[in-house]
Write a protein that binds this ligand. Structure first.
Ligand code: M6R
Length: 357
């Protein structure tokens, strides 16, 4: 039920801090140890390469998950769009582990890959919001997202739940492998939950930004580097699917390789900067587009902000910034859709779960 909310999407955006806290509780023992199925732990330890398979928003979460698993657990990871995997099946490693990320657990494109790799005899883990779903039943192991039902077609709380669970999985694996670790995921996720609350309390500011930058435009660009780039891809998808604005998320460094040709007087360019090592470069990209007439909106993290930034997000651990920077992006898409009189919860031509290939 929507309760007092006008749309499920807004309710689900607001639920994200609670989902973070739920995940912390569900994946923690009473003495604050990580609580994970021991078979999952073993499968992670045993594999020599991970193949993440997903679609849409879940694919974007997978990109962030790759960074966690590689940096923390020291296992190479490939992230594949489910529908493309069959055409371009990579050369598999000797001991692959497949991770399927799916809110619904019913995505046909992902299931087709699952069926195929099970025929080949490879192990599979599904990370899903629906434990009894097809992808969950047909995989060897399941991790639950505990996000509660997600009704709006545009995925919001499932995305942040996926990233949180992937962070916990990466840390658990690092611990199981006795790797050195300077990162307490539960403590950091608790900080994230509070930061999310600060952001969901700033709806008016974001609504104004949506009105000023996005209510009339035909297109919009999101630029970022490193993990900010992955959030840009998610931000663009969110905007496309509910406001029908043609949007693209791309890597700041790629601008000069073609996309900058699209910048005209007034083109909205939204830049995300949450990583110290890319802050300087992404701001250089902003200057390049502004010099060509772009209407820039910089969203930065506290500590990296400049006076002209449109919005500053609270500081969280640098690995977890996507969990926080995505919230204003979700709200921007939401308010852009409202200003354009779009059906926020049921955008045209889309279904909540895509059960055909
Ligand atoms: O249920 P899944 O996570 O497998 O769904 C994958 C995509 O269909 C889904 O994320 C889609 O892109 C959303 N509508 C995005 O908001």
């Amino acid at each position: 039920e929507k309760g007092t909310y006008p749309h499920f999407m807004l309710k689900e955006i607001d639920e994200q801090p609670f989902v973070m806290r739920k995940i912390i509780n569900e994946y923690q023992t009473e003495d604050s140890e990580l609580k994970l199925d021991k078979n999952v732990r073993q499968a992670m330890k045993d594999c020599d390469r991970i193949y993440i398979i997903a679609a849409g928003t879940s694919y974007h979460a997978g990109l962030v998950g790759k960074a966690f698993i590689e940096k923390l657990a020291n296992i190479p990871v490939e992230v594949h769009i489910a529908s493309e995997f069959s055409y371009n099946m990579p050369l598999l490693s000797v001991k692959p582990l497949f991770i399927f990320i799916s809110q619904s657990g019913e995505t046909a494109d992902s299931r087709a890959v699952l069926v195929r790799i099970k025929e080949m005899g490879h192990p599979a883990l599904t990370i899903t919001n629906v434990p009894g779903s097809t992808l969950s039943r047909e995989a060897d192991y399941t991790l639950n997202l505990y996000a509660g039902p997600e009704i709006a077609v545009a995925s919001t709380k499932a995305y942040t739940a996926q990233i949180a669970v992937l962070a916990i999985l990466a840390v658990d694996t690092a611990k199981a492998k006795c790797l050195e670790l300077d990162f307490d995921p539960m403590q950091e996720l608790a900080i994230v939950a509070n930061a999310m609350e600060v952001l969901t309390d700033q709806k008016e500011t974001i609504e104004e930004l949506a009105r000023d930058y996005l209510s009339k435009t035909r297109n919009a660009f999101f630029i970022g580097r490193s993990t900010d780039y992955y959030v840009c891809m998610e931000a663009a998808l969110k905007l496309k699917e509910i406001s029908y604005i043609q949007a693209e998320g791309f890597a700041g460094g790629e601008l000069k390789h073609g996309t900058i040709a699209l910048i005209e007087e007034g083109t909205p360019v939204i830049a995300i900067s949450t990583q110290e090592n890319v802050n300087y470069s992404i701001r250089g990209n902003v200057q390049e587009v502004v010099a060509r007439g772009a209407n820039d909106m910089v969203i930065s993290m506290k500590g990296l902000e400049q006076d002209t930034d449109a919005f500053v997000i609270p500081q969280v651990h640098e690995l977890l910034t996507p969990l926080v920077s995505v919230v204003p992006m979700q709200l921007l898409a939401y308010y852009a859709a409202l200003h354009r009189d779009c059906d926020v919860d049921k955008p045209r031509n889309l279904a909540k779960s895509v059960t055909v290939e």
